[in-house]
Design a protein around this ligand. Structure first.
Ligand SMILES: Cc1cc2nc3c(=O)[nH]c(=O)nc-3n(C[C@H](O)[C@H](O)[C@H](O)COP(=O)(O)OP(=O)(O)OC[C@H]3O[C@@H](n4cnc5c(N)ncnc54)[C@H](O)[C@@H]3O)c2cc1C
Length: 387
């Protein structure tokens, strides 16, 4: 499955758009689709060529699935071969415990993100890939803001819109020339590491199971996605990676020390890393600019909030854009801040609590013992993570 741009760069630069959405991950693709559904002239710009790999645990929780169903994208998941999840297994210092999962699906980001972009194009959005967008730091002129387009490091023009949506993921590189959007990165933030393997002969990681190998310096998650491929995603302390011979070695050490099987394919695979993940943009809004998804902030992968949050923010921002198009003022900015905090902050307390707990080897050890003795204790925690 490949995806082509729906217009060329000259055409993208030759017209004024209602909205330009930077980044075609779940936040950007869903926002672009919802804007196009309102007949707004929408351009979605992506720096990579889709389908593309992205470091991610690839688990959609029930909240993400519900959000997709609410906007009529439930069928998108049915046709992808996404794998229903039914069990969550944690392994720490050779001790393991399992909990039944109340819902969720595993799907590769190559397939999921590509399908979301297709749905945006079908709704009427234009899509331009293999193109990096950088927001110009100029005061808006005649109610427009502009982005500079580059491809393979070469200038490729300037495109303008009444509203810009920065949905470009961790570190929001598209805002690098705009002061005031610095991110606060947690001092103890872990980095993400990921890879995929065609480990079809192996039975230690069956379909439907999320396996989590826990270690004092991080954790490694494994899950089967469509096509029976095995997806690995980890969040690891930066110091631990420095002590090991790099990210791949750190992943393998966590697997071994937790007692999780290491497959031959894992040693051969190429691992990819991310920026430090725990970060937030203090004010994810500016003049004719909304910042959403990971570009606005992210906590930690374990809680599985990332894609659900990106999708719900994509839907919410599209409801606010028409008001911004009619008249941009501080009330519109304030509304986005309130919406963003309502969608994220309410959930942050829970995520922070769990994240802290997971960083304490003693707490993890006691938690696993308790869950083994009283499996019912784990259910409400897992259910809370799933919704
Ligand atoms: C190790 C790890 C495991 C995770 N596991 C899960 C999980 O199991 N479940 C879950 O729900 N979430 C998980 N997440 C989080 C999830 O991956 C993110 O929250 C989600 O991808 C955020 O979506 P987004 O659309 O905001 O950004 P992204 O998905 O990062 O998309 C941003 C897009 O913008 C593009 N882009 C960047 N800069 C530019 C530019 N200047 N111009 C044009 N395009 C640009 C990028 O190429 C990218 O395609 C995990 C994250 C990590 C690191």
């Amino acid at each position: 499955m490949t995806l082509a741009s729906s217009l060329n760069r000259e055409a993208a630069c030759g017209q004024n758009w209602d909205a330009i959405v930077i980044g075609a991950g779940p936040a950007g693709a869903v926002a672009a689709r919802q804007l196009a559904h309102q007949n707004l002239r929408t351009l979605l710009i992506e720096r990579k060529t889709f389908p593309r790999y992205k470091v991610c645990g690839c688990c959609l929780n029930q909240r993400a699935i519900d959000a997709l169903q609410q906007i009529g994208l439930g069928q998108l998941l049915d046709s992808t071969g996404a794998v229903p999840l039914n069990q969550f297994r944690m392994q720490y210092q050779e001790r393991e415990t399992s909990v039944t999962l109340p819902g969720g699906l595993a799907i590769s980001r190559e397939v999921f993100d590509t399908r979301l972009v297709q749905s945006a194009v079908e709704a009427g959005a234009d899509y331009l890939q293999d193109t990096t967008a950088t927001l110009l730091n100029e005061s808006e002129e005649a109610g427009l803001r502009s982005v500079v387009l580059t491809t393979q490091g070469q200038h490729a023009g300037t495109a303008s819109a009444k509203v810009i949506l920065a949905a470009d993921g961790l570190g929001h590189p598209s805002l690098q020339n705009c002061p005031g959007f610095d991110m606060q990165v947690a001092a103890d933030s872990r980095i993400g590491v990921g890879a995929t393997f065609a480990a079809n002969d192996d039975s230690s990681y069956p379909a439907g199971l999320i396996h989590m190998a826990i270690h004092r310096s991080g954790y490694v998650g494994l899950v089967r996605v469509e096509g029976d491929n095995l997806n690995l995603a980890a969040a690891i302390d930066r110091d631990f990676i420095k002590q090991c011979a790099g990210p791949a070695d750190a992943v393998l050490q966590i697997l071994r020390e937790s007692g999780s099987p290491v497959l031959p394919e894992m040693t051969e695979s190429s691992f990819k890393g991310t920026l430090p993940v725990t970060r937030k943009t203090l004010r994810p809004v500016g003049k004719r600019l909304f910042v959403l998804g990971d570009a606005a902030g992210y906590l930690e992968p374990f809680t599985g909030e990332g894609m659900a949050n990106a999708i719900t923010e994509g839907v919410a921002v599209a409801q606010l854009v028409p008001e911004g198009l009619r008249h941009w003022d501080s009330a519109v900015e304030q509304k986005w801040l309130s919406t963003h905090y309502a969608l994220t902050d309410g959930r942050l307390f829970w995520c922070r609590w769990l994240t802290r707990l997971l960083r304490s080897p003693t707490a993890v050890g006691w938690g696993l013992r308790l869950f083994q003795l009283f499996p019912g204790m784990a259910r409400p925690i897992v259910a809370r993570l799933n919704h």
